[in-house]
Structure formats: structure tokens, C-alpha cells
Design a protein around this ligand. Structure first.
Ligand code: 6PG
Length: 235
């Protein structure tokens, strides 16, 4: 399905998804510096692992700067850390240099880190990511913007402090303003448990307008929903 601002691509497995993601990066990452915002989640983790097989020359990894769309407020060696997940599944496997990695410091005081990362994002990207990975929760959250905190989507801030509605875990998240300033957004969504929320969001059914992911609509960019067949079952 193709729309003027989004399209849906369906694949058989994570390997095929990673091949497609790798082809997007190798095609797009032609500028001297290419800024990517990574997502947490089990789907991104698996895709990153396969993606790490894309060695040079397919992707000019040396010109890519890595940021995060959100981070749990935990130390970088905590199993909950989105940085640790990307480090283990992608960055270390490719041999990405530390000066290409701009992690959200989950170990810092959240207010202080929100301000620090706000400056990091604006000074390195001018608030526009070349590519942003996003996952989708079964509750319609994306990054760490949850349905009960929709104000984080509409705030003028670059970064915000979020609280997971079930666990109470404090997180730092990019806001809707920055998400929708991206040139290209890849939603990585797999598994049958995501089929209903995907249907509601894409066809604007049910409580779609209560879901933060429904408001991901880049001003001048594109959204590509990258799905497996189970997640796409109702589309
Ligand atoms: C996080 C992610 C979050 C995730 C979704 C989907 O920090 O947890 O940023 O937005 O992408 O919850 O996660 P799964 O792919 O594991 O379902």
C-alpha cells in the first residue's frame, strides 16, 4: 500500500527486513554525515543483529552518527538499556567508533540529561534526523511516548521525560516535534500481537486517535512501515 507520505512493505522474516533496511541506508547515507536515531525493542534488536552483517562497502558506516529516539533511565550496562542493546547487536559488531555514538546517558539525573541531550541533538543534527527507527507498542506508543502522555508528542521541546504507564520506569524520549522533522522514518513492526494496533493506526479505526504512533507524520519526510506477515495480517 502506498500513500503520498507513507508506504507499507511486508517481508517474510527479520533477515529480509534487515536486507531492506540495509539497502535504504546504503542508498541514503551518501552525504558526508548521516544521522540515525535508533529505537529500542525486540524487533529493532533482531533487525540490528542481521544488519550488522552489512559490512563495508555496502554501507559507509564511518560517516554515520548514531543517536537514540529514547532511553530508559538506567546505567549503560543495564539489561534494560537501549544503548546496550544497540551496542551488542550492531555497533560493536560493525566496529563503530565511540565518537560516532551519541547515547542518552540513562545514568544521569533525568532533568539534567534531558537538557544535555537536547543540546547534543540540536548541535549535531539541527533537529533533523536523516533516518529514524521507531518501534510500535501494542498500546500504540512509539519511542517512549505513551498514550497517557500525549503532551510529549505536541510539546515544543526536543527531548522530554516520560514514565512508563505500567512499570513506572523513567525514560528520556525525543518528542513528536523531532520525530516529525525526520527525513525518513522506518517503523519496524513484527509479530501477530501487533496486527490489530497496526490495522487501527493505518486505517484510522477504533481508538487510533489515542495512539501516539498515529501522529507520526513527517513534515517533509516519509514513513515506511516495515512489517512481517504476522504483523501485516489485517492490512
Ligand atoms: C523502547 C522502545 C519502544 C519499542 C516498542 C516496540 O524503549 O521500548 O523505544 O518504543 O520500540 O515498545 O517494542 P517491541 O518491538 O519489543 O515490541
Amino acid at each position: 500500500m502506498i500513500n503520498k507520505w507513507f508506504k507499507v512493505e511486508v517481508f517474510n522474516n527479520h533477515q529480509e527486513i534487515a536486507d531492506y533496511v540495509g539497502s535504504i541506508i546504503s542508498t541514503d547515507a551518501v552525504s558526508e554525515t548521516f544521522n540515525i536515531a535508533l529505537s529500542g525493542g525486540s524487533t529493532p534488536r533482531t533487525v540490528y543483529s542481521f544488519l550488522s552483517e552489512f559490512k563495508k562497502p555496502y554501507i559507509p558506516w564511518d560517516g554515520i552518527k548514531f543517536f537514540w529516539g529514547d532511553e530508559r533511565c538506567v546505567p549503560p550496562d543495564d539489561a534494560e538499556s537501549n544503548y546496550l542493546m544497540a551496542k551488542e547487536s550492531l555497533l560493536d559488531k560493525i566496529g563503530i567508533a565511540n565518537d560516532q555514538v551519541y547515547r542518552i546517558k540513562g545514568e544521569n539525573n533525568p532533568e539534567a540529561e534531558k537538557e544535555r541531550y537536547n543540546k547534543i541533538v540540536l548541535s549535531n543534527t539541527s533537529g533533523i534526523f536523516d533516518l529514524m527507527f521507531l518501534g510500535l507498542g501494542t498500546d500504540g506508543h512509539t519511542a517512549s511516548i505513551f498514550p497517557n502522555q500525549m503532551e510529549l508528542f505536541n510539546t515544543e521541546q526536543v527531548c522530554a521525560i516520560a514514565v512508563h504507564p505500567v512499570t513506572g520506569q523513567v525514560r528520556i524520549t525525543l518528542t513528536g516535534r523531532i520525530i516529525n522533522a525526520s527525513k525518513k522514518i522506518l517503523f519496524l513492526v513484527t509479530g501477530s500481537e501487533k496486527s490489530q494496533i497496526l490495522y487501527d493506526i493505518i486505517y484510522q479505526k477504533g481508538a487510533w486517535n489515542k495512539y501516539p504512533a498515529s501522529y507520526v507524520r513527517p513534515i517533509d519526510g516519509k514513513v515506511i512501515w516495515i512489517l512481517d506477515r504476522k504483523a501485516a495480517a489485517l492490512i
